[in-house]
Ligand binder design. Sequence first.
Ligand code: G6P
Length: 469
Amino acid sequence: MLVASNRGPVSYQLGEDGVLHARRGGGGLVSGLSAIGSDAGSVWVCAALGDGDRAAVRRADGGLLPEGDTGGQRVRMLDVDATVHAEAYNGIANSVLWFVHHMLYQTPLEPVFDAEFRRQWASYEAYNRAFAEALAEEAAEGAAVLIQDYHLALAPRMLRQLRPDLRIGHFSHTPWAPPDYFRLLPDDIAAELLGGILGADRAAFLTRRWADAFTDCCHAVLGPGIPSGTEIGVHGLGADADFLRRRAHEPDVDERMAALRAEIGPDRKTIVRVDRTELSKNIVRGLLAYEQLLADRPEWREKVVHVAFAYPSRQDLAVYREYTAEVQRVAAEINERYGTPGWTPVVLHVKDDFARSLAAYRLADVALVNPIRDGMNLVAKEVPVVSDQGCALVLSREAGAYEELGEDAFVVNPYDIAGTARALHEALTLPAAERAERSKRLAAAATALPPARWFLDQLNALTGQPASS
Ligand code: G6P
């Protein structure tokens, strides 16, 4: 069985001493796919993402990374030409496809489909072809291949042409755009993307809503009657309760809790958010809603702290760098306007630290998850599982997690800053007993489909095995 994704389970940094340091990655995709395990027939194909990775590939034995670095998994990292990768990943996948599926274009961030776009599109095709060829080479007769995400939308059809014997699955970790928005892509590109995924035997999504949007796009762009040979599936990805509960009680998390408590100050409520610094996560409107809460309800001043972790992401792209700066600027303005000698209203951290994220989860009274659009959002699922006292959840109705958690959350329209401020107030004032009850129900719903189960269900559905129970 094979898995293919842009980002693999491990990345390499080249130290000043010339030594390569391997680092295991986190996140939903990696933890879900790690269930591929280490049996001899499984290979994970991913791309080299930086100089460290490229050096590792050059040293790799027959293209496979040393198993000591990968936790025993067989990982083949592709050294795709650096320009091709940058154009496919930064240019097409993250600047265009990400923006389409998350519906992020708005003035002055407009889509540009010019000659540069066409050149980048050729790189996106070449990048997908590199994966299809590597998969065709690795796969045994009749093997199952699970191709992941918007980076690799063309690879299923390319692989099908090379190897008609394979069972091919594609999984989208993002939302899927509705037809009216998807069709802002040039017609031939829209058709290529859909046709690429329809090359799979099975195209799966995190929620019914995204699956339906994909089918609607097929009808709108390709005409009725499509998709024909492709089965459409839905597999929600849940939090890994066992891992999170164990990891959240390790000594480094306790240390981070003590440090965070000192930053927050005594007897204060906490509103926690943890995100990649990502336009779709809507961090700035979250900060503005918090500011509105402080303005409308002075009784919360000095009584609450917004703990916001916004970790760097896709910093090669100017819009991401600018967004990072805006998050920092707005947080600083709130602290300037409302802070007092003993109280910092916003505690913002931008350096990625998983142990500190877990510490914040444990301390959370309220979790704020307000994305403009999100395939699932695992933070919404993780905080109720880990929080010490049980937390209230303020949740965007545009996150995939809303389908499973909406009933016990304070649901917001992510654009509605005043509405989000009101929801924060309601969440903060939820009586302790009800909060604990709701948090328990949220945690149960959040962990119903742990990553290993999510992975196996996909695989079984693709190969025709009965679903796990
Ligand atoms: C989204 C995508 C994932 C990706 C993640 C991080 O969740 O669906 O495939 O791994 O973002 O993005 P990055 O560009 O850092 O890999």
